[in-house]
Design a protein around this ligand. Sequence first.
Ligand code: ADP
Length: 630
Amino acid sequence: MAEEKFQFQSEAAELLKMMINSVYSNRDIFLRELISNASDALDKRRIERLRNSELADFTPEIRIAWDKEGRTLSVSDNGIGMTRDEMIQYLGTIAKSGTKEFLAAVKQEENQDQLIGQFGVGFYSVFMVADSVEVVSRKLGTAEACRFTSDGDGSYTLSEAARDCGTTVTLHLRPMAEGGKDYADEWTLRDIIHQYSDFIAWPIVMSVTRHKDGKETVEDETVNSQKAIWCRSESEVKEEEYREFYRHLTHDWKEPLAHIRLSAEGATSFKGLLFLPSEAPFDLFMNPKAGGISLYINRVFIMNDCQDLIPEYMRFLRGVVDSDDLPLNISREILQDEPIIRVIRRSTQRKVFNELKKMLESDREKYEKFWAAFGRIFKEGIVQDHEHAKTILDLALFHTTAGEENGGWTTLAAYRERMKPDQKGIYCLAGRDIAALKSSPKLEPFTKKGYEVLLMTDPVDEVILANVSMMGEDFPKLLNVGSGSVTPEGEEEQKENETRLKDMESDFAPLKEQALSALSERLEDVRPSLALTDSPACLRDSPNGLSFQMEQLLRAAGQTPPPQKRILELNVEHPLIRKLMGMAKDKDPQTADLISILYDQSLLLEGAALADPASFAKRVDKVMAQALGA
Ligand code: ADP
């Protein structure tokens, strides 16, 4: 095979250009990225070997070599290696999640430095320090090796090569910048490895030359401690070591929000280290199985994404669990039936609950960040895990009308403390977004009386609302104020209102009749109300149909539920409605238009889209023209 030339895919080329022109002061991270890739490749080969005993045994190693005069540096591993196609796919293309986001951020940001430092820029970071790079790799189980070379000009070449299974990345270093570091120097390299890659589980080996008693000796030396970070005592591990480890594990360029140490001794002993990321990765909500706990057995990596170790509603956690009690050749399939895994899972679950509780009590700001990112997922546990439903509900935060002094969030416990003695339960209102909920007329009867209402915007909230009975007898009921059947009035007041409404019945009847005939397909009933204050009208769900939220949810999921008829509640104390009642009585032909506008407005207030916006606009035009005498 002769040498062939290829163009980088455009995003890769862009990232490349950025690295070449980078003025980022911390170029050291290129070595972290190369060592991290080498370590992953060794993990992969080891696992292949565990699965397939016919493969030859091997001694995993990452080797660093340099040539001071020739200004080269190489990182080699005897890991899984890459085929020619994989080199095109992995080195010529970027498939990494978050790259687009990163490129967009860099374009806006003046301070490119910081971003480059945070982001796992992977292989491309070599161009911060090298003007050309060569990768020679041979995939496990194949006979040929392939050479990839690029000098970062937007193209690369591929040609034949020879080597054993594994990969060598050789950098042709740029001339040393003034005051810059020499990456072809033993002590510089040692420092960097110590700082960023000490925890790497495989030996990072250098062949070092020493002069002693006039004699020169050359010896292999392992320069990392290889100590698993989760096996070291808590006090011994520095915050930045946790950060580096998290980055190695997740390739997430943002700092984790917190880490949780796991440790159990006894019949089943295990250790572990979990991280709460600071933001949800983009696929977390779409893919409920995108879990990220790696299983280690006796300090050795076995598999990533081990979903049986945590419940699904904790799938935002990242980290490792390490047990000595499992057989090394354990497979994914038998994992879930393994009693030890079940023990680990229960104990991990408990620990996570405890840590979250601690955070809620001691660092509210951090907890709110966690909740904003993952609360939606965590809450699924209320429905999935009956045993812990109460624990999760106690950890849940809800938006509330009680205002910004609570940061807009409250726990149920805090709500209960603020409850007024005459309240019938915990009031809540479900809807699509906070802004729409905050301006909902349905809140008026409650805020008028000074009652606080929880605002619920997640799909799962609706299910929680429907399942409150699980909380036990002494727990106040969650009352959905959107339903129309929940009122804030006491018995006496209610009776009084009923009498007043009865007296008004004949005055209201013509308006009701005309509204029902104008909106016959959408309304089940039109009712007078004394509960609203500022708003003239609001829409309620019919108890006979789907809730409006559910209907929207089904539509969003691609289903087509039949259109639901709803109930229009009109505020008979509002001047507009009083006027309309008069117009209806006089059979004013404009009544129908006005009532249709009111209906559409009520829909808009719920954050919903109008079925026929053109007709709405036309009606509003007509009414405006009339008002202006045009
Ligand atoms: P990342 O490691 O974040 O996925 P990189 O740009 O560093 O991104 O690497 C891209 C891919 O190239 C890796 O995911 C891996 O599949 C492959 N790769 C890189 N280095 C090696 C290596 N030393 N051995 C085997 N595969 C490698």
